[in-house]
Design a protein around this ligand. Structure first.
Ligand code: UDP
Ligand code: MG
Length: 321
């Protein structure tokens, strides 16, 4: 059993103005509810006074803990590091910019403990962000819903709650923080819930993500869609595509060859095979087939050497340690 009721993991990059207010607000809610807790700040290479502010906050509040990166590594890296350090029975993540409200924490915690969710994601139903962000976000969520088959309205909400086991079993890398519910589901944590949360306009500082978030987000979604299904059996993906290519080229070969033979035997004047456009499709399909098989084979070799190939989540054991 974990000693602490809650770990609150907060990745931050240049948020010195928000931190004191955020810490006060969290401690207010925690003390009121009587929770034991830790606030785990992950300073993602801030170039302002964030780290000094955190050190100061620590002298006033023992529940403040922190990790600092030497340089900016991105929100995903921050969350991943914070997750490793967290030890509370329930783990909350939130943004440092005061856009998320700590008042939501008690209900999020209750949903994990009493309703049995593995993960509860916030839903900023009413958002206070510019339209350039809210509109593409709608598309992003619709695509993610379709591909992940998780019924969430707001995948990338910074405010989420997790059972401790979940955060200790997922790896958030690259910019995968947008898809944590998908990562969790791929690991078998499929009881995923949603709670409408209050959202506020940014009070201090500026957003850290530009429009490239949508391109990167799309590419990451493609990666996850394939990884979840074929991550441990890449040949089934590449081999299937390769086989398709070979089938196509064999069919074309049979067609071109038999036509030529028929033409010769019937005394009809036949074009050279190389003059038929289908011949070039045949060539391309053969080359692509070889390449797809090659990539599949290399992927299998890599996997065989990887220490992560047996890294699945074990739920329970009987009679074994
Ligand atoms: N963040 C971070 N590292 C980065 C970028 C952002 O730790 O490289 C933090 C940021 O300080 C904030 C959270 O991630 O606490 C969400 O960022 P932001 O509010 O800029 O995103 P938005 O609300 O605009 O989606
Ligand atoms: Mg924000």
């Amino acid at each position: 059993m974990s000693a602490l009721d809650l770990s609150i993991v907060i990745p931050l990059f240049n948020e010195d103005e928000s931190l004191p207010e955020l810490t006060d607000w969290i401690s207010l809610v925690m003390d009121r509810e009587g929770y034991t807790y830790e606030i785990v700040f992950v300073n993602d290479g801030s170039t302002d006074n964030s780290w000094q502010v955190i050190q100061e906050l620590r002298t006033k509040n023992e529940n403040v803990k922190a990790i600092s990166f030497r340089r900016n590594q991105g929100k995903s890296a921050g969350l991943n590091q914070g997750f490793k350090a967290a030890s509370g029975q329930v783990v909350i993540t939130m943004d440092a910019d005061l856009q998320d409200s700590p008042e939501e924490i008690p209900e999020l915690r209750r949903m994990i403990l009493e309703d049995g969710y593995d993960l509860v994601s916030g839903w900023k139903q009413k958002r206070y962000d510019p339209i350039t962000k809210t509109l593409p976000t709608k598309l992003f969520n619709a695509a993610t819903r379709r591909i992940s088959k998780i019924k969430l309205n707001d995948f990338n909400c910074g405010l989420k709650a997790y059972r401790l086991e979940v955060v200790h079993n997922i790896e958030v890398y690259g910019e995968m923080h947008r898809y944590i519910p998908f990562l969790a589901k791929n690991k078998g944590f499929s009881k995923i819930g949603e709670k409408v949360v209050q959202h506020q306009a940014r009070k201090y500082g500026t957003t850290k993500f530009g429009l490239d978030r949508f391109i990167n987000g799309f590419l990451d979604l493609a990666t996850l869609a394939v990884m979840g299904k074929f991550g441990r059996r890449p040949m089934h993906f590449f081999g299937a595509a390769g086989t398709l290519m070979f089938t196509l080229s064999i069919a074309l070969l049979a067609y071109l060859g038999s036509y030529k033979l028929w033409a010769l035997s019937a005394g009809v004047e036949a074009r050279l095979i190389t003059e038929n456009p289908l011949f070039y499709i045949l060539l391309a399909a053969t080359i692509m087939g070889v390449q797809l098989f090659g990539v599949g084979f290399i992927a299998e070799l890599l996997l065989r050497e990887s220490t992560k190939k047996h890294d699945y989540t074990i739920n329970d054991k009987i009679g074994l340690d």
